[in-house]
Design a protein around this ligand. Structure first.
Ligand SMILES: [Zn+2]
Length: 396
C-alpha cells in the first residue's frame, strides 16, 4: 500500500464493511439476498459485471462478480471466494451476535472469522483493483449455504463451466490465520428414511418395524467402516489416514408397544479418496435394495428405504506444483502446507481445473462458537495479501 494513510483508510473500510456484513442475519438455509445486494452494489459501482445463481426457491443467492482486465489479459484470472452464510447462534453470547462489537484488538460477531472477515477485506480492497491497470480478471465469488454441506457452490460451479471459466487461481478465504491449507477430506452427509408398517407389538410378524430395519442398516454401515480402514492409502496425509464414517442419529418409534412405521438415520462419511465414497455408497445401497427391502416387502409391499443426499463436499486434494499455493507463498512468505479436518468449497473449484488454496484471516478455533471473533490484525494481514495480488496483477 502506497502510504501509511491509505492503509489505515483501507483497514477502517474493511472493519466498516465487516460490521455491515455481520448485521445481515445470513444463517444457512435462510434468505441471503440483502447481503448479496449489498456486495453487488459495491462492486457494480466500481465497474464490475456480475451474475447470480439461485436455489430452487430463488431465496438463496450466489454472486459472481468480475473486475475485468484493462488491456490485454495476459495472466490467469484470480477468484476471491467466500461463503456468505453463518452457522446459527446459541444462547450465552456476551454481545449481540449480529451487531459487530470491537473490544480491544478483537471484533466480535457471528461470521467475524467464518468468513465475513475475508469478504470484507475483498470488498474493501476492490476499489484499488478497479483503479489498477489489471492484466488479469479479478473475480469475486460469494456463495450461500456452505455450512450445510456446500449446497450453493455446486450451482455456481455449473454456471462457471457453462461460461467457460475453468482456468485460474482461486483463494478460499476460510479462517486459517493466513496459513496455506492445500488439502482436506471430503464430507458426505446422508439421511436414510425407512417406511414400514405400524401394528401392535404383540404381533411383530404382522408389521414391518422401520426401527429394526434401520438398526440393521446402521450395523452394516459400522461393518463397512472397518473395511474403510483397510482401504487407507499408504501415503495418506490425513489423520486418521483412512476414510471415516459416523452415525449422527437414529430417530423413530412412538411407544414400547407399537411397531414403528417410520425411522430415519443421519450419517456421514469423510472420504480420503473419492473412490471410498463410491465404494461405500455402492455397498450400502446394494444391502438396502437387495437384502433389507425384499424382506420388508414380503410383509408390506409399500415399504421403502430412501437415501437422501444432504450434501457431498468433495475432498480437496494435495497437488505437487500448485500455482495457487505458490502465489500465496511468494506473497506471504509462508512455505508450509497443512491439511485440515473441516470441509470447504475448495474441492469443487479444483475439480473443474482451477488451482485452489484455502487461506484467510482469523482462526478456525473461533468459528461456530459462542463469542466468535476475529483479531483485527488478521484483517490487516489479509489486506496485505490482497495488495500483493494487485502487484502481481499489473504489468511489471
Ligand atoms: Zn467457513
Amino acid at each position: 500500500m502506497s502510504t501509511e494513510n491509505n492503509s489505515e483508510l483501507l483497514f477502517d473500510n474493511s472493519v466498516r464493511i465487516l460490521k455491515d456484513l455481520i448485521a445481515f442475519k445470513t444463517i444457512s438455509g435462510q434468505d441471503n439476498s440483502s447481503l448479496i445486494d449489498y456486495c453487488d452494489e459495491i462492486l457494480k459501482k466500481l465497474g464490475a459485471t456480475s451474475f447470480r445463481t439461485y436455489d430452487n426457491e430463488k431465496k438463496r443467492v450466489n454472486l459472481f462478480a468480475t473486475l475485468k482486465a484493462k488491456n490485454s489479459k495476459t495472466k490467469k484470472p484470480i477468484i476471491l471466494s467466500g461463503h456468505t452464510d453463518v452457522v446459527p447462534v446459541s444462547k450465552g453470547w456476551c454481545t449481540d451476535p449480529f451487531t459487530a462489537t470491537v473490544k480491544g484488538d478483537k471484533l466480535y460477531g457471528r461470521g467475524a472469522c467464518d468468513m465475513k472477515g475475508f469478504i470484507a477485506c475483498a470488498l474493501a480492497y476492490a476499489p484499488i483493483y478497479s483503479k489498477s491497470n489489471l492484466d488479469r480478471d479479478i473475480h469475486f465469488s460469494f456463495t450461500f449455504d456452505e455450512e450445510t454441506a456446500c449446497q450453493g457452490a455446486p450451482i455456481l460451479i455449473e454456471e462457471l463451466k457453462k461460461r467457460d471459466i475453468k482456468d485460474g487461481i482461486c483463494i478460499i478465504g476460510e479462517p486459517t490465520n493466513m496459513k496455506i491449507i492445500d488439502a482436506h477430506k471430503g464430507c458426505y452427509e446422508y439421511t436414510t428414511y425407512f417406511k414400514g408398517l405400524a401394528g401392535h407389538s404383540s404381533a411383530p410378524h404382522k408389521g414391518v418395524s422401520a426401527v429394526e430395519y434401520a438398526s440393521k442398516y446402521v450395523n452394516k454401515l459400522i461393518e463397512l467402516r472397518e473395511k474403510l480402514k483397510s482401504r487407507a492409502p499408504k501415503d495418506s496425509i490425513f489423520d486418521p489416514p483412512y476414510s471415516t464414517l459416523s452415525i449422527g442419529g437414529v430417530f423413530g418409534g412412538i411407544a414400547h408397544n407399537v411397531i414403528a412405521d417410520k425411522c430415519h438415520v443421519n450419517w456421514e462419511t469423510r472420504p480420503v479418496v473419492k473412490e471410498d465414497g463410491v465404494f461405500l455408497n455402492q455397498e450400502i445401497d446394494k444391502y438396502a435394495n437387495e437384502v433389507l427391502l425384499p424382506e420388508m416387502k414380503k410383509v408390506f409391499s409399500n415399504a421403502s428405504i430412501e437415501k437422501d443426499i444432504i450434501g457431498e463436499i468433495v475432498g480437496f486434494d494435495r497437488v505437487n506444483k500448485s500455482e495457487a499455493c505458490e502465489l500465496i507463498s511468494s506473497l506471504t512468505g509462508d512455505n508450509s502446507r497443512q491439511v485440515v479436518s473441516f470441509g470447504t468449497e475448495a474441492g469443487l473449484f479444483q475439480e473443474i481445473g482451477i488451482s485452489t488454496v484455502v487461506c484467510g484471516p482469523g482462526s478456525i478455533d473461533q468459528a461456530h462458537k459462542i463469542d466468535e471473533f476475529i483479531i483485527l490484525d488478521e484483517l490487516k494481514k489479509c489486506l496485505n495479501l490482497l495488495d500483493g495480488i494487485k502487484v502481481e496483477s499489473v504489468p511489471n
